[in-house]
Design a protein around this ligand. Structure first.
Ligand SMILES: Cc1cc2nc3c(=O)[nH]c(=O)nc-3n(C[C@H](O)[C@H](O)[C@H](O)COP(=O)(O)O)c2cc1C
Ligand code: SF4
Ligand code: SF4
Length: 271
């Protein structure tokens, strides 16, 4: 029996949650990037008795398209023993888990357990990052919550989302989310790098879509952006902007996740 957690992340919040769940569950964590869900990616096989976990950020009150693309690559060879999902958001997840459960159902997989976890907000095009006190509180609360979620999963609890539903949730899922997806198709045009860019290439390295190339020492954005905000937040020179407002805003990435861990590289001893 294998326990596998598939994780999509931009600023590392989802990876931090996945890592916190992985320890008690003795699970293997994999960060999803385009090599796992793109057109060329091979199918991922689900075998009888597997335990599957999905951890991802909420994007406009639903799951990211990248997660959908990965789920569509699942090939079912047997019934998994247990399937869980943790969606993390800045403030509100709406009906994300219900929508994700339906997505899995279409692939013949039943979502046994789903829950949400609040994390620092990273959607810079709309608003600034959380202030430091809020960031600290969310991270501390998330550590406690992850321990609870891991216990729920160990106990094989069944059910989705402990938060009470709001009347506006269906509007957010069926109207706002599709509008966001339409807007996001052109989002790549809004990124640019300023003079402070050192050409280090970190933005290209962290991009799960492999959507950035470094040309003449500067990043160039392609059309395949997932709006994950990894590039803008991980740039060590804070040289990346998105439109006109982000120059006034702070930057954030999860303090428990290193750049090398995000990029799937082995950590050097002592670091
Ligand atoms: C494109 C995009 C859309 C987002 N939409 C929502 C949202 O609908 N509700 C919310 O509470 N947070 C939203 N957020 C914030 C993220 O869900 C949150 O910061 C998450 O923890 C980021 O996870 P990551 O670090 O694993 O990428 C959004 C972030 C992005 C980048
Ligand atoms: S991460 Fe920042 S400094 Fe490095 S290449 Fe990208 S934009 Fe330039
Ligand atoms: S270009 Fe930036 S925002 Fe778009 S997918 Fe890559 S890292 Fe994420």
């Amino acid at each position: 029996m294998s326990v596998k957690i598939y994780c999509f992340t931009g600023t590392g919040n989802s990876l931090s949650i996945a890592n916190q769940l992985a320890k008690p569950l003795n699970a293997e964590v994999e960060r999803l990037d385009i090599t796992r869900y793109g057109k060329e990616a091979a199918e991922t096989c689900v075998r009888e008795g597997d335990i599957l976990g999905f951890v991802f950020p909420v994007y406009a009150w639903s799951y990211p398209d990248a997660v959908k693309a990965f789920v569509k690559k699942l090939r079912i060879e047997g019934k998994p023993a247990y399937v869980f999902a943790v969606a993390n958001c800045g403030d509100s997840a709406g009906e994300t888990l219900t929508a994700f459960s339906r997505l899995l159902e279409k692939q013949g997989i039943r979502l046994d357990y789903g829950n949400v976890c609040a994390m620092p907000n990273n959607y810079l095009p709309l608003s600034d990052v959380d202030n430091q006190a809020m960031e600290r509180t969310k991270l501390e609360n998330a550590r406690v919550r992850c321990a609870k979620l891991a216990k729920d999963i160990e106990d094989r609890l069944v059910g989705l989302n402990s938060l009470p539903p709001k009347a506006i949730d269906p509007f957010l899922l069926y109207v706002v989310h599709p509008l966001f997806c339409w807007y996001a198709k052109g989002a790549y045009r809004n990124f640019f790098a300023e003079q402070a860019c050192t050409g280090c290439g970190i933005c290209a390295k962290v991009c799960p879509q492999k959507n950035i190339s470094i040309e003449h020492g500067h990043p160039v954005w392609g059309r395949e952006c997932a709006s994950c905000m990894a590039c803008i937040h991980w740039c060590p020179a804070q040289a990346i902007q998105y439109g006109k407002r982000t120059r006034q805003f702070g930057r954030y990435h999860n303090p428990d996740v290193s750049l090398s861990a995000l990029c799937g590289e082995k950590e050097e001893a002592g670091r």
